[in-house]
Design a binder for this molecule. Structure first.
Ligand code: IMP
Ligand code: MG
Length: 180
């Protein structure tokens, strides 16, 4: 698995430090609000587990499973495979996501959760590829772990064809792996 990685972009230590900082920010910003952290499956699972433990106050956890991405290309069409289970009316929602690329997935999820009556909906993403935004989508995350160049990355939850999610760091795949 590790031999397929060309370069480590973010080490375990860098990710851990940044998540601790984000945790402090969120804890201060959501004091007394008991936010609902909605994780977008499956890419977020590793980040989610670390992020909620860096949040040092009451919160609730929920998940959505959407499908939108195949191989290294965003397909553009999104469907809900599994919806959130909690009643979000009047709640402060923080969407946790692994990566913001074209913005199509999160634009959809934000609207979907607002339609459920959330009092506020904000985005916290581990990674942001600002250059990846699709034409006409002007979406910004409220909390960003790291802004990264427009390259395909894996690890720390992010996959290529369902592999590499369990790498403890974020790395760039050798092109030969997806040219196969
Ligand atoms: P968006 O809708 O294009 O913003 O895509 C967001 C989703 O695409 C993420 O939740 C990931 O599942 C996937 N994605 C985008 N870029 C990458 C990448 O570099 N590696 C792995 N998955 C990615
Ligand atoms: Mg994802």
């Amino acid at each position: 698995m590790h031999q397929d990685i060309e370069r480590i972009l973010l080490t375990e230590a860098q990710i851990k430090d940044r998540i601790n900082q984000l945790g402090k920010e969120l804890t201060a910003d959501y004091a007394g609000k008991e936010p609902v952290f909605v994780g977008v499956l499956k890419g977020v699972v590793v980040f989610y587990a670390d992020m909620v433990r860096a949040f040092d106050d009451h919160c609730q956890m929920d998940f959505m499973w959407i499908s939108s991405y195949h191989g290294t290309q965003s397909s553009g069409s999104i469907c809900v495979k599994q919806d959130v289970k909690s009643d979000l009316r009047g709640r402060h929602v923080v969407i946790l996501e692994d990566i913001l690329d074209t913005g199509r997935s999160l634009q959809f999820v934000v609207q979907h959760l607002k339609d459920k009556g959330a009092a506020s909906v904000r985005i916290c993403t581990l990674l942001d590829k600002p250059e990846g935004r699709a034409p006409g989508i002007d979406l910004r995350a409220d909390y960003v772990g790291f802004s990264i160049p427009n390259e395909f990355v894996v690890g720390y939850g992010l996959d290529y064809n369902e592999k590499y999610r369990n790498l403890p760091y974020v790395g760039i795949l050798k092109p030969c792996v997806y040219e196969k």
